[in-house]
Write a new protein. Structure first.
Length: 487
């Protein structure tokens, strides 16, 4: 009887935290029961039931994409299937998706006691990758439900959309209560954000330090005023107009307010999402100095690292916060290279062409926000990162190890004995051009159309099972829902 289920030979294993420069030497990876059992040179092939030769390709830990939005514009079950295929295509083996009550997603309000079982039921058996949930407490009832959500569903990360206080998902909103589907006695404002933090701090005192709060930091009042100014002026259009309508200091101001609330409430574990600009990162760094007892983590997206208001393919690049000027892209890269960013994500939100462009394809303010991109996360960061001198081990930290640790995903985030055999093989010498038609996503376009990539994901393994072979997704969905602990 074979000692090993699968042996991947001749793989250059990329280990998070390894400080040595250059490309690692080839190793073999032994896998049994979906878990890595050994990594060493020249493991005897006769010990394995199946042997695969990696041909000297890089072996990265499967990507833990900690920021996605399955089901935002399509049926959640349908989105789970198609968008998890796009995840697999890009080396993402774990997806954490943000859900909330209100318009989009399940298009319903009410208790999370009812909402979460329905969401999990729609997703069950349809995902090609492992997956978990973040939730946004939209009402006082949701705050009270936090301990139940931790115990019953293993949900340990929560979210605040700061701009929803007076701004819709795509622009101005005249009726936030209707959009959020909350009662007339509810307010989604700074006071609510404070009470979310206080509720999480109570839960933290009960369960331990594994809870965290993620924040979309933009300021509703600033955005509403600047949107009016930009539209009245009329000299800007497309993505540059949208960026001007949601200026970068709006991010900085929201970060400052949220950080003080964290200080006031004593809740220490704060994730600052999709920082898009030099001013946003500057504000995040200033707050870390002002409040050293708050454990801030900083996130950027692959979209904000690869594309700008000029290079993105049309208004398909509308996203919140917006794509920015090239100077902001370069600033983000400087912070990545300096070790001042904690993880890189896709913020994948499949938005089909008719939803994005609608009747007037030229008006960015009528387009829906968000786009997919999980399939470009790892190849995009490897290619652009290596060109800029970003070490391979640092890429593994940014895409896998750091988000896995922050979000309580034991067994994920590294290629090491005892960890899940979630592996992405990457060819760092491949050159190819992004075409939306080649994506597994249901989205028919991409803002990255025509971008030249200099790395490609060739094969992907989820708990030792090959789900991508030679760039093609294969087999049936085998992803599991991940309950997370708080220890």
């Amino acid at each position: 009887m074979a000692e090993t289920d699968l042996l991947i030979r001749n793989a250059r294993v990329v280990s998070p935290g390894v400080t040595s420069a250059g490309v690692p030497e080839p190793s073999d990876i032994a896998i049994s029961g979906g878990v890595i059992t050994r990594i060493a040179a020249a493991i005897a092939p006769e010990s394995a039931a199946e042997v695969i030769d990696a041909g000297g390709l890089l072996a990265f830990p499967g990507v833990v994409d900690a920021h996605q939005h399955w089901g935002i514009y399509a049926d959640l079950g349908q989105d789970t299937e198609t968008e998890s295929r796009a995840c697999a295509q890009g080396g993402v083996t774990t997806s954490l998706s943000y859900l909330r009550t209100g318009r989009y997603y399940l298009n319903r309000g009410g208790s999370y006691r009812d909402f979460v079982p329905e969401a999990l039921g729609r997703m069950a058996g349809r995902s090609y990758v492992d997956h978990g949930l973040h939730l946004a407490p939209m009402t006082r009832e949701h705050i009270d439900e936090i301990p139940y959500l931790v115990e019953e569903f293993g949900i340990t990360s929560f979210k605040i959309f700061m701009f929803y206080g007076g701004h819709g998902l795509h622009g101005r909103s005249s009726d936030q209560a209707e959009f959020l589907m909350i009662g007339p006695e509810e307010r989604y404002d700074l006071a609510h954000f404070e009470f979310v933090m206080r509720g999480l701090q109570r839960a933290r005192e009960r369960f331990g330090d594994g809870l965290s709060l993620s924040l979309h930091c933009e300021t509703a009042e600033i955005m509403a005023a600047y949107t009016e100014l930009v539209e009245a002026d009329g000299s800007l259009s497309g993505l540059r107009a949208y960026s001007a309508s949601r200026p970068t200091h709006s991010e900085g101001l929201a970060i400052a307010m949220a950080s003080y609330l964290a200080h006031e409430t004593g809740f220490p574990n704060i994730n600052l999402l999709h920082l898009s600009s030099a001013k946003a990162v500057d504000a995040a760094q200033r707050m870390a100095v002002a409040f050293p007892h708050i454990d801030f983590r900083r996130e950027v997206t692959i979209g904000h690292l690869l594309a700008d208001v000029d290079s993105a393919h049309g208004i398909g690049g509308k996203v919140n916060p917006p794509l920015r000027e090239r100077a902001d892209v370069e600033a983000l890269w400087r912070h990545v290279l300096a070790g001042e960013i904690d993880w890189v994500v896709s913020d994948h939100a499949c938005c089909r062409a008719e939803q994005k462009f609608g009747a007037d394809a030229g008006d960015v303010f009528l387009a829906k926000s968000g786009f997919g991109g999980a399939e470009y996360l790892l190849p995009g960061l490897v290619g652009a990162g290596l060109e800029r001198g970003l070490p391979l081990a640092r890429i593994a930290e940014l895409t896998s190890a750091n988000p896995a640790r922050r979000y309580g995903l034991g067994g994920k985030g590294a290629l090491s004995p005892g960890y899940d055999a979630d592996i992405a093989l990457v060819d760092p010498g491949a050159r190819w051009v992004v075409r939306a038609a080649d994506s597994e996503s249901a989205q028919e376009y991409t803002p990255f159309e025509g971008f030249e990539m200099t790395a490609r994901v060739t094969d992907v393994f989820l708990r030792g099972r090959r789900i991508v072979r030679n760039g093609k997704v294969q087999g049936e969905p085998s992803g599991r829902y991940l309950r997370r602990g708080v220890a």
